[in-house]
Ligand binder design. Structure first.
Ligand code: PMP
Length: 370
C-alpha cells in the first residue's frame, strides 16, 4: 500500500518511540518541579525550543509548546484579540482551526475581514492591500494551503503589513510548510507561526507557536503558569522531545528535491483526458480532479493499494470544500477532486506506479458510469 495522505498526518519516526519511553519512564520528572532531576528536564525543553527556533530560521523570539496546531492557531488569534477599535484580517483559504476561530471572533462582535483567493489558490494580495488599515490588529495568512499546496508569499504580506498596518501582528499557520518548504522565518517576517509535530514524523497532540514578541500575546488558558504563563498545563515533555528529534532528522532541501521528482513521475503516470490538477510551486500537495467521477468513489476504489483523501481530514465530515469553492472551482470539479500528498521518505518508482494505478482505476470507474 502506498500512503499518499501525508498532509493529513505522517508516520512517526520509529526512534521517537525510544525518546517517548525515555521521557515517560526514566526522565519523567515534572519540568516545573524544583529538584535537580526536574530542572534538567526543564533544560531539555529549552534545548528543544532552541532547536525549533533554529529550524524555523528565527534569530529572535520564543517558542510556546502546545497540544498541536489547532491550539497554536487558537492561541495566536484569541491571544491577540483586543477589545476596542481593532480589525482582524484572514485569508479565505485558512484551515478550519483558523477559520472557525475567526468566525468565533465575528460572533463575539469583532470586525473580521476575509480576503478572497486567486484562482491559483494564493491569497489575493491586491484585495488584502485594500482591507488593511491603521486599525488592523491581526493578519492571518496560511503559509501553505492544506487543500491545494498553494504557497502564499508571506514576505509580500509582511511588506503590506509594514506599509498599511504597522501595528498589526502577522500570523501564519505553518503546518504544511514547516520541515517541507525551505524558508527562514527572519525573511518572512511573521510574528506568530504555528506548527504541528505529526505532520513531520513526530507524535500527534504536540505542536508549538512561535512568538516574536511575547508581550503582544495574552494567554487563553488559565492555570499554573507553565510556558511563561502563555500555556498553562504540564508540558508534554516526551512528545516535545520526540518532535525535536523528528525536526532535527529532516533534511528539508534534499526531501524537497526528492518530492519534486515524485510529483513529476506521479503526474507522468496519471495525466490523461479528464484529469486536471491545481498547478502550484509546491511539490508536496496536489489537488486533482477527475471529470465525471466522484472523488470519494475514487478514493474508496483506490484504498487497498493507494491511500489518498478527498481533502483535508479536518473538513472531511463537512459537505463541499470551502477552500476550493473560494477559488471559484465549479461544484462538479470540487466533487470530483482528491488530494494527494507526498513525503520525503517515499519511493519514487512506487509513487509513479501509484499515479498509473489511479489513472487505470479512474478509467474503470468511468466505463461503469458511462
Ligand atoms: N493547520 C493546518 C494547515 C493543518 O493541515 C492542520 C492539520 N490538518 C492543522 C492546522 C491542525 O493541526 P493539529 O492536528 O496539530 O491540530
Amino acid at each position: 500500500m502506498v500512503y499518499l495522505d501525508n498532509a493529513a498526518t505522517t508516520k512517526m519516526f520509529e526512534e521517537c518511540t525510544d525518546i517517548i519511553k525515555r521521557y515517560a519512564c526514566e526522565d519523567f520528572y515534572n519540568p516545573s518541579a524544583g529538584y535537580v532531576s526536574a530542572i534538567s528536564v526543564s533544560k531539555e525543553l529549552d534545548d528543544a525550543r532552541k532547536s525549533l527556533l533554529n529550524k524555523l530560521g528565527a534569530s529572535k523570539g520564543d517558542v510556546i509548546f502546545t497540544g498541536g496546531a489547532t491550539e497554536s492557531n487558537n492561541l495566536a488569534i484569541m491571544g491577540s484579540a483586543r477589545n476596542g477599535r481593532w480589525e482582524y484580517v484572514f485569508s479565505a483559504g485558512e484551515h478550519p482551526s483558523v477559520y472557525n476561530t475567526a468566525m468565533h471572533l465575528k460572533e463575539l462582535g469583532f470586525v473580521v475581514h476575509f480576503v478572497p483567493l486567486q484562482t491559483n489558490g494564493q491569497v489575493d494580495y491586491d484585495a488584502l492591500e485594500g482591507v488593511l488599515n491603521e486599525k488592523t490588529r491581526l493578519i492571518s495568512v496560511i503559509h501553505v494551503s492544506n487543500e491545494t499546496g498553494a504557497i502564499n508569499d508571506i514576505a509580500r504580506v509582511n511588506k503590506l503589513r509594514n506599509k498599511y498596518s504597522p501595528k498589526a501582528l502577522l500570523h501564519c499557520d505553518g503546518v504544511q510548510a514547516f520541515c517541507k518548504i525551505p524558508f527562514r522565518l527572519d525573511e518572512l517576517g511573521a510574528d506568530l507561526y504555528s506548527i504541528s509535530a505529526h505532520k513531520f514524523h513526530g507524535a500527534k497532540g504536540v505542536g508549538a507557536l512561535y512568538v516574536k514578541n511575547k508581550s503582544s500575546l495574552k494567554n487563553i488558558v488559565y492555570g499554573g503558569g507553565q510556558e511563561g504563563g502563555y500555556r498553562s498545563g504540564t508540558e508534554n515533555v516526551a512528545g516535545i522531545k520526540a518532535m525535536q528529534y523528528a525536526l532535527e532528522q529532516i533534511d528539508i532541501k534534499n526531501n524537497y528535491i526528492k518530492v519534486e521528482r515524485c510529483k513529476k513521475g506521479f503526474l507522468t503516470g496519471l495525466l490523461q483526458d479528464g484529469v486536471e490538477y491545481i498547478d502550484t510551486d509546491n511539490p508536496y500537495i496536489l489537488s486533482i480532479s477527475f471529470k465525471g467521477v466522484n472523488g470519494e468513489t475514487l478514493m474508496r476504489a483506490l484504498e487497498d493499494k493507494v491511500v489518498v483523501s478527498t481533502g483535508s481530514a479536518c473538513s472531511s465530515k463537512h459537505a463541499g470544500n470551502r477552500v476550493l469553492s473560494e477559488m471559484k472551482l465549479s461544484p462538479q470539479r470540487i466533487k470530483s477532486s482528491i488530494r494527494v500528498s507526498f513525503d520525503g521518505g517515499l519511493d519514487e518508482l512506487e509513487v509513479m506506479k501509484a499515479g498509473e494505478y489511479i489513472a487505470q482505476t479512474y478509467e474503470k470507474i468511468l466505463e461503469k458510469v458511462r
